[in-house]
Write a protein that binds this ligand. Sequence first.
Ligand SMILES: Cc1cc2nc3c(=O)[nH]c(=O)nc-3n(C[C@H](O)[C@H](O)[C@H](O)COP(=O)(O)OP(=O)(O)OC[C@H]3O[C@@H](n4cnc5c(N)ncnc54)[C@H](O)[C@@H]3O)c2cc1C
Length: 379
Amino acid sequence: MQITRTVYREDHEMFRTTVRRFFEKECAPRQSEWDHAGRVDRETWLKAGREGLLCITIPTEYGGGGGDFGHVAIFSEEYARAGLSGPGFGVHSDIIAPYIARVGNEEQKKKWLPGCCSGETILAIAMTEPGTGSDLKAVRATARREGNEYVINGSKTFISNGLNADLIIVVCKTDPNAGAKGISLIVVEADRAGFRRGRKLEKLGQYAQDTAELFFDDVRVPASNLLGEEGKGFAYLMGELPQERFSIAVTAAARLEVALEQTLDYVKDRRAFGQTVWDFQNTKFKLADIKAQAIAVRLMIDHYLGEHMRRRLTLEESAIAKLYATEALGKALDEMVQLHGGYGYMLEYPVARSFVDMRVNRIYGGTSEVMRDLISRKL
Ligand SMILES: Cc1cc2nc3c(=O)[nH]c(=O)nc-3n(C[C@H](O)[C@H](O)[C@H](O)COP(=O)(O)OP(=O)(O)OC[C@H]3O[C@@H](n4cnc5c(N)ncnc54)[C@H](O)[C@@H]3O)c2cc1C
């Protein structure tokens, strides 16, 4: 990218070597197999756990890597470089495990986190329902307290890791009349009676990611499965969403750089009308625009990455990062598919895979419109 990056330390770069080796050896060669299966096998999760690549920021006393968000960003950059799409390591390690680490009590952390770090326990978070996504306050799943148990009812959809998950953090109403203040987070083990997984959803991209519907019919869990306090679920979600959104922005920045390199290689090789596609002025101008965008995105992401490593990133800043990086990537990928001609439409070309796999970045974790709404509230 020709700019000096100062955000990483030496230990971050050493970690990069381990991650790159793992993705090149254990993941990239299996992408096509996972795409066809619609999910990633358990053995790969266990291997990632053995290499210390799951739950990188979770404290070592619970089996985690004890790293910071710089390690997470390196992981995302290498994931993009390897062209991976599917292993839901990020959502597991950087979005869901932190809820247990930050909101859970000591007993819960000791019980659940070691398995999450080793890959024996795969995590999902179930917020979205068929009737509500952006408006989280409107979730209808309920958890009724009966003695020492909660009885959970409701259905969830679009849940990443939905088929593989062993533990699901369910966003539900413990007080259906209290709006956001009635929301709680309750952990459900996948072997509880009354829990059922629906079909694997057929998606536009990310074929190897097991995205599924989940159903809860009178699922009983001990009251000790409540994360944090009753009625504080919405506040916990607001506390963790900046990291989720920023992770998506970090991925978008890396994908943009990788796709630009791939497109440059392609156009400099491909010939039309007695010259390379690169020789057309249109190609040079389009790619110059994309380069300028990629640099702007990189500078913004590295600045916010530093802020997040100091735990200073705000909800508004994470929304700015997600909005800007994912919109820039979306527009650039459309142009780069075009520059590939028909090959840009073939899924065996990385630019086509990025085009379909990355479209969702402007939707999940909060849509671009929701990001604009959040940003505009502070204007
Ligand atoms: C591949 C994939 C994986 C996912 N993984 C998970 C997961 O693991 N767990 C989970 O809980 N959810 C997950 N989701 C759900 C995702 O977070 C939601 O789809 C997303 O938040 C949008 O909600 P919705 O689909 O209900 O859209 P809606 O909320 O119905 O939005 C429809 C349209 O209305 C717009 N809109 C909504 N509110 C506003 C507003 N205030 N102002 C202007 N426009 C607005 C939206 O921007 C959008 O364009 C996943 C989704 C996908 C596609």
